[in-house]
Design a protein around this ligand. Structure first.
Ligand SMILES: Cc1ncc(C[n+]2csc(CCOP(=O)(O)OP(=O)(O)O)c2C)c(N)n1
Ligand SMILES: CC(=O)[C@@H](O)[C@H](O)COP(=O)(O)O
Ligand SMILES: [Mg+2]
Length: 642
């Protein structure tokens, strides 16, 4: 029996087709059981949590009303799609979420027909849905296309580009705005304030009135239900003249996203509408139905495994400070000495450590919402007026603002400082969040100074170095998670630009590392020494400008030179190879050069350790690469110099 003393129903639901066989009175029980299953599953796997809890009723209602997967359902970001996965044939695998070989933490086309579009980066759903709607119309199709987008995701420019286009095309498209008044942090921006006004506006109308208003657009409005729903409906109205209507959408709402008596009749009418686009404004609560999440400031946006009875998360004691916190603390120290330093985040204050800076300097901290393009050019504008903007954006999300880096920052050589967190592989968030490409996409830009911190102490010095660079843009990259536990400097000391450092001297093999793979290089060097291979280890520190003297010396003085980086082809290794060939350093054929990079594939989620092992970017992989370059047969344990 369920907690509701009824025969469990969720066990009878394999796909939404089973759900649609139920009576409407049974849908509430499904939603209640779905919430319990979501809580239980995430307590085991960890992952994104509050968002999914907030859309349990909405998910159930959508799959009950619409003929999914024939009707296309596109989740924006996709972090709220765990209930969706449970209802769409993946309940048996839901406890493999975000583990190697297990379900993705976001929607994914290759995972299910019920995931018509992959997500994870926000604000893509309306564009993708519009594409599907137009494809349907061009093919003479009849299915519905539904995008579910959050209020946070609605702060990104891409959402407006899509609405602007959809409104002009009058496409039959349904956008459900899931407004829980939260992003990862509390939402920012005028849009957020506007949405709040919509559901607390003085122009509140009775449901019946609104039903009549809707009836004009939606002939099949079930008017008699309006009476019943009005009794306890608090937030259903049509606001004439909303921004959405000005953009050519029919606006419906706001409605209570946890009340199936609201959701089901409205979605049924919306489903049968003859034209569009239509936007249904649904008001929900992030973390709904799990008191520890409801009470938490972040509504349990993302959690590790937790005790269901208390909500206590099993967070292990950190062995070293997290890079994001080292960044935030370092920037605070620098800003205490320099009032031109400001910090910018694109809706990721805690993840970037900008929240630490905000506590010290709230007037010099700017959270621009999920708007990376704007963040970059906003920083550029600040730099033109002599400020020192630190634009803290994860590597993967910086991809969203790339043209702004090129066109607004690099070409003008504006001293914007990029703090690039989550560089390299991130683990459970998988391929969509991997910081694989910033070495390549920044390294090709003139004027850029590009650094990689090999540990948390280096990061402190690199932040100080960026403060001192006032004539061109600079970037420092560092990975997700904790540092190495090295001794921390009291203050950051600016590094000599374009100079690397040798951390261990050897004679036969040289390992030239860019970033935190240095730790693996040290393990590899120990292993190589056990095979009689004396190994030099160098920390490049800079990819641009590259320490050419160091690179040429390493090539000249060793039989093997290997570069290592947490990045794709086209990054640090490519710059080293370019330098070697430009200087004829390979002409003699005396040195064998290898470059260890991420494989040319999108790596699915797993632990970072497992992913780096797969990529050959751990000590074992480095040793194997050296042996291969020397013609040493690892199994035969002998070195055959060609
Ligand atoms: C381009 C981009 N920037 C940042 C993020 C990080 N991120 C993931 S979810 C989220 C908040 C989304 O808020 P909302 O759309 O309201 O969804 P909710 O979590 O409230 O359900 C952010 C900023 C992202 N996924 N994509
Ligand atoms: C869904 C999303 O994009 C964010 O929640 C992201 O998963 C955060 O990543 P970190 O956990 O590395 O901060
Ligand atoms: Mg939200």
């Amino acid at each position: 029996m369920t907690a509701f003393n009824k025969t469990p129903l969720l066990d009878t639901i394999r796909t939404p087709a089973d759900l649609r066989k139920l009576k409407v009175e049974q849908v509430r029980q499904i939603a209640d059981e779905l919430r319990l299953e979501t809580i239980d599953a995430v307590s085991v796997t960890g992952g994104h949590f509050g968002a999914g809890l907030g859309v349990v009723e909405l998910t159930t209602a959508i799959h009950y009303v619409f003929d999914t997967p024939r009707d296309r359902l596109i989740w924006d970001v996709g972090h709220q799609a765990y209930p969706h996965k449970i209802l769409t044939g993946r309940r048996d695998r839901i406890r493999t979420l975000r583990t190697g070989g297990g379900l993705s933490g976001f929607t994914k086309r290759t995972e299910s027909d019920y995931d018509p579009f992959g997500a994870a980066h926000s604000s893509t759903s309306i564009s993708a849905s519009l594409g599907m709607a137009v494809a349907r119309d061009l093919s003479g199709g009849k299915n519905n296309v539904i995008a579910v987008i959050g209020d946070g995701a609605m702060s990104a420019g891409m959402a407006y580009e899509a609405m602007n286009n959809a409104g002009a095309m009058n496409s039959r498209l349904i956008v459900i705005l899931n407004d829980n008044d939260m992003s990862i942090a509390p939402p920012v921006g005028a849009m957020s304030a506007y949405l709040s006004r919509l559901y607390s506006g003085k122009t509140y109308r009775s449901l019946r009135e609104a039903a009549k208003q809707l009836g004009k657009h939606l002939p099949k409005m079930i008017a008699d239900r309006a009476e019943r729903v009005e009794e306890y409906s608090r937030g259903f109205m049509t606001n004439s003249g909303t921004l959405f209507e000005e953009l050519g959408f029919y606006y419906v709402g706001p409605i209570d996203g946890h009340n199936l008596d609201h959701l089901l009749p409205v979605l049924k009418n919306v489903r049968d509408m003859e034209n569009g686009p239509i936007l249904v404004h649904v008001v929900t609560q992030k973390g709904k139905g799990y008191p520890p999440a409801e009470a938490a400031a972040d509504k349990y946006h993302a959690v590790v495994k937790f005790d269901i009875s208390t909500g206590a998360q099993s967070k292990s004691k950190p062995n070293a400070p997290a890079y994001q916190n080292v960044f935030g603390q370092s920037l605070v120290k620098e800003a205490e000495k320099d009032d031109k330093i400001v910090a910018i985040t694109a809706a990721m204050p805690s993840g970037t450590g900008v929240d630490i800076f905000n506590k010290a300097f709230p007037k010099r901290t700017f959270d621009v919402g999920i708007a990376e393009q704007h963040a970059v050019t906003f920083a550029a504008g600040l730099a033109t007026e002599g400020f020192k903007p630190f634009c803290a954006i994860y590597s993967t999300f910086l991809q969203r603002g790339y043209d702004q880096v090129v066109h607004d920052v690099a070409i003008q050589s504006l001293p914007v400082r990029f703090a690039i967190d989550r560089a390299g592989l991130v683990g459970a968030d998988g391929a969509t969040h991997a910081g694989s490409f910033d070495n390549a996409f920044l390294g090709c830009l003139p004027n850029m100074v590009i650094m990689a911190a090999s540990d948390e102490a280096e990061l402190v010095h690199m932040v100080a170095t960026q403060v001192a660079i006032n004539d061109r843009p600079s970037a420092v990259r560092y990975p997700r998670g904790e540092g190495r536990g090295v001794e921390m400097p009291e203050v950051g000391v600016p590094l000599p630009i374009g100079k690397g450092r040798i951390v261990r001297y050897g004679s036969k093999v040289a390992l030239l590392s860019f970033g935190t793979r240095l730790a693996e290089c040290e393990k590899a060097a120990d292993e190589l020494a056990a095979h009689g291979l004396s190994t030099t280890i160098a920390d490049a520190r800079f990819m641009k400008p590259l320490d050419v003297d160091l690179v040429l010396k390493l090539a000249r003085d060793h039989d093997v030179l290997v570069t290592i980086e947490e990045g794709s082809v086209g990054g640090f290794g490519s710059h080293v190879l370019q330098t070697l060939t430009d200087n004829g350093a390979l002409d003699s054929g005396l040195v064998r050069v290898r470059s260890i990079i991420l494989p040319d594939e999108f790596l699915d989620h797993d632990t970072p350790t497992a992913m780096y092992a797969h990529a050959g970017l751990d000590a074992k992989g480095i040793v194997a690469k050296v042996f291969e370059a020397l013609g040493k047969d690892v199994s035969a344990e002998t070195v055959k110099l060609a």
